[in-house]
Design a protein around this ligand. Structure first.
Ligand code: ATP
Ligand code: MG
Ligand code: MG
Ligand code: MG
Length: 467
């Protein structure tokens, strides 16, 4: 049954209110008193202290819809149907109150009764030896054992060093073979987009001592994460999360600026999705007080905006346009997130300024590159020049390579990579000195937003840039 994203959010929160949960608003994307995390990446992250008991929760049952950022998923955006750097995670939480039986039963009730999902399309995963969960799913709920898959630690055991941890059980929706890879081995643990994981129910039942001992906790917790964008994608029966009603309107704004229509060209579709995602992430980040800078959160923001701007150029847009996209992000989300409207003027201003300054650097870089090409005799752009273009002017290596190729030149990529590596190590050392062990568990985050991971400049854009 088709259901709008805003309606699904409300239905979820209402459902868990009816089960005695207190509804809390989303926490900020900026973690509070927690430097183990750069940006809030799940519903439970801002509530860690309720789980550990350091802070008493306002009620032992809480439900939220949490804004999340996962920059680690940046490479997936536009490629898979189900990953964004920004998304909303619905969740129900038990701080030492109810446990497995209720958590499983309510998740199933919500899926099958409230969302009316057909049971035969649903699949469940459990942790290898979690027979308790298996019995609940099969005997209490009546799920057929052949729709239950046991997975190992990587997928179905939740653990961060020492402290509360435990197995989880996830719910998947089978979108049908037309979304799949077609391999005979295709199933819930396949990387393709046929079986979409949309709900993770974590049973926080052990207190790990960090040395391999897992004594059970006296008052185990429940923490669940349900991807709103993914559920909406399923309920609206659309191909990917950027075609969901609210996101689609943002994409349409981009399409009308760039004069492109979604679904006509694969490469353009990727750009449309990337711009939608990154601008949405940036808008929410600025709304929560992140400012563009060269480090930490500000650096993530800057990368997202630059990547969005570059994809705009790919679509043939040469005027600053991201503020207009952000306006549409705010329009689509202000109902659920009024802070966006309150900060609208500032958000639009910051995005314009950032985009304009980036577009100036790109133009300067083009000039430098023209000079390098004009003066070059051996038909090779040195690794040092390529690095300078990337580091100072924000030129992704792929762009440098394509422009070089147009002049029958190549790029000394080995040296370039060496310079990048050296820079990474310097940055890492600097972070260490700054006491930023905060990055633990997320240390790949910055590394995963390099300026070089940009794919596929089309000829059109390259020329446009060189000119
Ligand atoms: P996946 O395996 O698909 O990357 P995950 O296992 O990393 O997802 P969890 O950490 O279990 O995801 O988060 C709980 C839920 O949040 C997921 O089941 C999914 O519905 C949603 N979710 C996670 N990452 C994203 C993302 N990048 N974009 C949209 N929704 C997401
Ligand atoms: Mg993931
Ligand atoms: Mg997963
Ligand atoms: Mg998961």
């Amino acid at each position: 049954k088709w259901m709008g994203l805003n309606e699904i959010r409300e239905k979820y929160l209402e459902f868990f209110e009816s089960k005695g949960h207190l509804r809390l608003p989303s926490f900020s994307l900026i973690p509070k008193d927690d430097n183990s995390l750069l940006l809030i990446n799940s519903g439970m992250a801002p509530m860690k202290k309720y789980f550990t008991g350091e802070v008493t929760p306002p009620r032992r049952r809480v439900t939220t819809c949490q804004k999340c950022i996962r920059t680690g998923d940046i490479e997936n955006v536009g490629i898979t149907d189900r990953h964004g750097t920004f998304f909303e995670m619905l969740g129900n939480f038990s701080f030492g109150d109810y446990f497995k039986h209720e958590a499983i039963a309510w998740a199933w009730e919500f899926c099958t009764k409230v969302m009316e999902m057909p049971e035969d399309r649903l699949w469940v995963t459990i942790y290898l030896d979690d027979d308790e969960a298996f019995d609940i799913w099969t005997k209490e709920i009546g799920v057929s054992p052949d729709h239950i898959v046991r997975l190992g630690k990587e997928d179905n055991f939740w653990e961060h060093g020492s402290g509360p941890c435990g197995p989880c059980s996830e719910i998947y929706f089978d979108r049908g073979p037309e979304h799949g890879c077609g391999k005979p081995t295709c199933g819930v643990s396949c990387d393709c987009d046929r079986y979409v994981e949309f709900w993770n129910v974590v049973f926080s039942q052990f207190n790990c001592d960090g040395h391999g001992h897992y004594p059970p906790m006296e008052h185990p917790n429940i923490d669940t994460g349900m991807g709103l964008d993914r559920l909406a994608c399923i309920m609206q029966n659309v191909d990917n999360m950027f075609l969901v009603d609210t996101a689609q309107n943002i994409m349409k704004t981009i399409g009308s600026i760039a004069h492109v229509e979604y679904g006509k060209d694969k490469q353009a579709d990727i750009s449309l999705r990337v711009i939608t995602d990154h601008t949405r992430a940036a808008t929410f980040m600025i709304g929560d007080g992140v400012m563009p800078s060269n480090e930490g959160r500000g650096y993530v923001l800057r990368r997202l905006l630059r990547r969005a701007a570059r994809h705009g150029r790919l679509l043939g847009v040469h005027e600053p346009f991201l503020a207009k996209v952000a306006e549409s992000v705010i329009h689509e989300n202000k109902g659920a997130y009024p802070e966006l409207e309150e900060k609208e003027a500032m958000i639009l201003k910051l995005i314009s300024v950032e985009e304009e300054s980036f577009s100036r650097t790109i133009d300067q870089g083009s000039q430098l590159l023209d000079d390098i090409i004009a003066q070059n005799k051996d038909k090779v752009i040195s690794g040092d020049d390529a690095f300078k273009l990337s580091d100072t002017y924000g030129f992704p290596i792929d762009l440098t390579k394509e422009i070089a190729a147009e002049h029958d030149m190549t790029v000394d990529e080995d040296t370039f990579q060496k310079r990048m590596q050296e820079q990474k190590e310097r940055a890492r050392a600097a972070r260490k000195n700054a006491g930023a062990d905060a990055w633990a568990g997320e240390s790949d985050l910055l590394e995963s937003v390099p300026e070089t991971e940009f794919h596929g400049y089309t000829e059109k854009t390259v020329q446009a840039k060189v000119v």
